[in-house]
Design a protein around this ligand. Sequence first.
Ligand code: NAD
Length: 489
Amino acid sequence: MAIADAAIEQLPPRALLIGDQEIVDTSGGEYQHVYAATGKPSATVPLAGRKEVDEAVAAARAALPGWKATPADQRRNLLLRMADLVEANAERLTAVNIVDTSTPMLVSAAQLSMTVDLLRYNAGWADKVGGEVHSTWPVPAVDYSLDEPYGVVGIIIPWNGPITSIGQILGPALAAGNCVVFKPSELAPFGALLMGRLFAEAGFPPGVVNVVPGGPDAGDAIVRHAGIDKVHFTGGGATARHILDATRDTLKPVGFELGGKSAMLVFDDANIDAAVGAAVAAVSINLSGQACITGSRILVQRSIYDDFVERTAQAAGQVPVGDPTDPTVTMGPVNNAGHCARILNTIRTAVDEKHGRLVAGGERLGGELADGFYIAPTVFADVDNGSSLAQQEVFGPVQTIIPFDTEKEAIAIANGTNYGLAAYIHTQEVGRVHRVAAALEAGNVWVNGGFGIPASVPFGGVKQSGYGRLGGIAGIREFSRPKNIWIGL
Ligand code: NAD
């Protein structure tokens, strides 16, 4: 296999970015990153400890008065310049993202385009929000509210899509006038470090964007820090619970973008080819199923069920899995050895405990892929919605199929989980589209397809998939709060 040596050479210098400093000697130790496609070490990265988090918060607080006072058109232009730089560096960023996450080139390139779009979209809000005028009574007065940034925002993200997260989360946070202490996961630190350098090159003042890759300790230091005014966290529910405990003393606001076990409802009038394609794509081209919005419970109406299962199993077996640097490959490995072992264990348990019937995949891939963390696209049919396979997020290439008879039953199964991030409907009946979309407990519903999350739409979860919204004006609102001013006349 063509190891991404050339890509590894394109990694940015491994140094934390704090204020105008590049920090190599850190208190958090060092992490040996492993390239998931080959299982071989790629590069080491210094990790932030509490000391570096303190320094990053100090740099952000020092930059805050100047950044808050920066006219909106200048903030807009800086974000637009950043978007241009990301576009100009797309090839290198794509290569770095492949090393970071092993996301295939095809998908990494699409993520880069999305990131440019997200930065431009959010730049556009910087000069279009500011406040509102309100009517008040009973005495004559003028009343208005100003949209103010929170101040210094701590942003913590997982390893699955670090570059896109920067467009999606740092984009609105910066447009709204916040300074940022940004912690990518130690499992995927390189893209974030390169983007941090591009923010500086674009002209963002030192301290406005600080990049501190680290593990749980660095994350904990950020969420507890009195100098952090708001936390925005993307990751798992267990970590979110730690964060709620850790923010108890400071009572700071937290936005949560968490996991999902999203249902895809396929009715008997659906375009079956499209629905089968979507069911397989959810756990293959969609980051090998390592995406929060993955539709990982496919609910299929009984009259088309057997045919659907057969076609899905067949299509899963045909997914081009392999070297992420190969432009024809649509599915790469999973992110790391521990995660690979966890997914294989979930599959074994599901087989042993008869959570469903294994109809495709189920094993780690061998041959020339044996050293990487590759798992065959896996499909279980006849899955019990009460089983752990159906209830717990696998975050890997494992699809589950569940039969249903009526619309009412499909909605009950779809909502029968603690999660509520995304949902998908395949049907041709317009009345059913509206009925079912209204009844589903999810932050976002896609009908008859969809391509990613457009920059202009609100995105986020209900139930244990989190709270807070990114995207559209909701994303700007997530990072600003109104201050009201009443003036008697
Ligand atoms: P994770 O919760 O283990 O880690 C996420 C981040 O939190 C990492 O940067 C990690 O270092 C940090 N962290 C760990 N312990 C911490 C602590 N005690 N305090 C503060 N920070 C801490 O999640 P993961 O395994 O990296 O990512 C997978 C999860 O992320 C899945 O559940 C997935 O669905 C979710 N996710 C959600 C979205 C969304 O937008 N809703 C997007 C992508 C991923």
